[in-house]
Design a protein. Structure first.
Length: 118
């Protein structure tokens, strides 16, 4: 198996508790945002005028996603697949705008490249 880990920037209300049924891995809170690096990637308020952001919002809304308007909402997220030892980063997906999702097939392809340490 491949361990699944989430690093989140904050825990607002019951956000992590509500996420838990949909995520089988460990969840770490990085309140000081060390994992996000010294140059945190943010999208300001003008990001809301981008067509892609509204398309992503509508997709999430139609699928029943209910977010909240609490906490730091301008930091962009990402998905990384990291192999053991010297294998390093096998997939790096950084959001370009709010709701920019990684392709599941890309994640699966990257996971298949992981070589277990013996």
């Amino acid at each position: 198996g491949v361990p699944l880990v989430a690093v989140v920037k904050e825990n607002v209300g019951t956000e992590i508790e509500d996420f838990r049924p949909h995520f089988a891995g460990d969840i770490y809170i990085d309140e000081e945002k060390h994992f996000y690096g010294p140059l945190q990637r943010k999208m300001g308020g003008l990001g809301f005028i981008r067509l892609g952001v509204w398309q992503n919002f509508m997709r999430a809304w139609r699928s029943g996603y209910q977010g909240n308007m609490n906490g730091e909402g301008f930091i962009l997220g990402g998905v990384f697949v990291i192999g053991p030892g010297d294998q390093g980063i096998l997939l790096e997906h950084r959001e370009k705008e709010f709701g920019d999702k990684v392709e599941n097939a890309d994640v699966l392809d990257a996971v298949k490249k992981i070589v277990p340490v013996k």
